[in-house]
Design a protein around this ligand. Sequence first.
Ligand code: INI
Length: 158
Amino acid sequence: MMSDRVIEGALTGQGLRVGIVMARFNSLVTESLLSGALSGLRRHGVADEAVTVVKVPGAWELPLTLATMAETGKFDGLIALGAVIRGDTPHFDYVAGEAAKGIGQAMMKSQVPVVFGVLTTNTLEQAMDRAGAKSGNKGYDAAATVIEMANLLRELKS
Ligand code: INI
């Protein structure tokens, strides 16, 4: 049976302050994710001056940076962007695993939505496909998700 009241976050970005943290490792991929995220935010009405972009060396550095930004109270939502590619490294599982775990922890501890825009793929080609080449742009998708989640949390708390 359908519930009487369904709550979903709106996809309108007006008035929202969004932070993006981008890992520079595999920057061919992550700069494309960043372009997608910025155009997604703009398309949904987030003001350019309400967006802060921070760049860090790699996916390993994402959790601490996001946690620090989340704790400032200056952001309604955050986006993590990165690309961990299995072919590049024997410690793929550590980097990808710790990034995922740490990003989740940053979100739960701060109660600020943090969107997981970190690609974990076997090849560079698979990553490029998901960064605008063939299968959409996960950065653009991340922008829509952060807006939806920021609006949802605002509504749930009001
Ligand atoms: N960082 C990534 O973002 N993606 C990778 O694929 C990657 N590989 O392959 O090693 C990677 N390593 C760097 C890591 O994130 C840290 O920047 C580095 O270990 C310094 O702390």
